[in-house]
Design a protein around this ligand. Structure first.
Ligand code: SF4
Ligand code: SF4
Length: 87
C-alpha cells in the first residue's frame, strides 16, 4: 500500500471542561476506539480503529467531542455543515 492510500487516524478532540462523563460516546462507538478512565471520562484508547463515523460527536449531549478527519471522509461536520453552523 502506498503512503497516499494509508488511512490517517482522525484527530478526536475531547473537551473535558464540557464533558459530564456520561459514557454515551463510549457506548455508541462501533469500533471500540473510546474507553473510560477511572473518573468515567472518555479517552481515545485505539485511535487507529476510528472509522470517522461521527457517532460519538452526534450523540454527545454536551458537544464535548469532535472528530476531525484530515482525509475529509464521512463525519458529521462534513455531512451536515449547515447544522454545525446553526443554519
Ligand atoms: S468517529 Fe466513530 S469510530 Fe471514531 S471514535 Fe467516534 S464513534 Fe468511534
Ligand atoms: S458523550 Fe459527551 S459528555 Fe458524555 S462522556 Fe462522551 S464526551 Fe463526555
Amino acid at each position: 500500500m502506498s503512503d497516499s492510500k494509508k488511512k490517517k487516524a482522525p484527530n478526536i478532540d475531547i473537551f473535558r471542561a464540557w464533558c459530564k462523563a456520561c459514557g454515551i460516546c463510549v457506548a455508541f462507538c462501533p469500533a471500540g476506539v473510546l474507553a473510560r478512565d477511572e473518573g468515567g471520562y472518555p479517552y481515545v484508547k485505539e485511535p487507529d480503529k476510528c472509522i470517522s463515523c461521527g457517532w460519538c460527536e452526534m450523540r454527545c449531549p454536551d458537544f464535548a467531542i469532535t472528530v476531525y478527519n484530515k482525509d475529509k471522509k464521512r463525519n458529521f461536520e462534513n455531512d451536515y455543515p449547515e447544522e454545525r453552523q446553526g443554519k
